[in-house]
Design a binder for this molecule. Structure first.
Ligand SMILES: [Cu+2]
Length: 125
């Protein structure tokens, strides 16, 4: 009886190990994701976003804005072209969805409202 229990436990353990190996070995690369950040009067939401390299942020200007806003990269990882992380300014209807290829910390501001700040942290895969 005790032997049977040991065998059952051993088989369960092996199955667990095989399942773990299969999920690690054959897993497709994680799908790229897009995180939406609201650009509103006068704040970003959320103010902290975590991504993996290759993901995007879609900045979505709130339809109820009465102020004009922009999104400008103030500080980013070395080697990143800051001009690619600069939106136009406006109240609404702006399309800005940069992709983050380089790992590191990105600090964004609205240059029209210095209290509007947010961070994107990008990790390597
Ligand atoms: Cu603003």
């Amino acid at each position: 009886m005790r032997n049977r229990l040991i065998i059952v436990a051993a088989v369960a353990g092996l199955l667990y190990i095989f399942a773990a190996a299969a999920s690690n070995g054959s897993a497709a690369p994680a799908a790229k994701k897009t995180v939406t950040v609201s650009v509103a009067d006068d704040y970003f939401a959320p103010v902290a976003v975590k991504l993996k390299a290759g993901d995007r942020v879609r900045y979505l200007w709130s339809a109820s804005n009465t102020d004009s806003h922009n999104v400008h990269l103030k500080k980013g990882p070395s080697g990143v072209n800051r001009r690619k992380f600069r939106s136009a300014a406006g109240q609404a209807g702006i399309d800005f969805a940069p992709r983050f290829k380089v790992a590191g910390k990105y600090h964004f501001v609205c240059t029209l409202h210095t209290e509007m700040q947010m961070d994107v942290v990008v990790k390597r895969h």
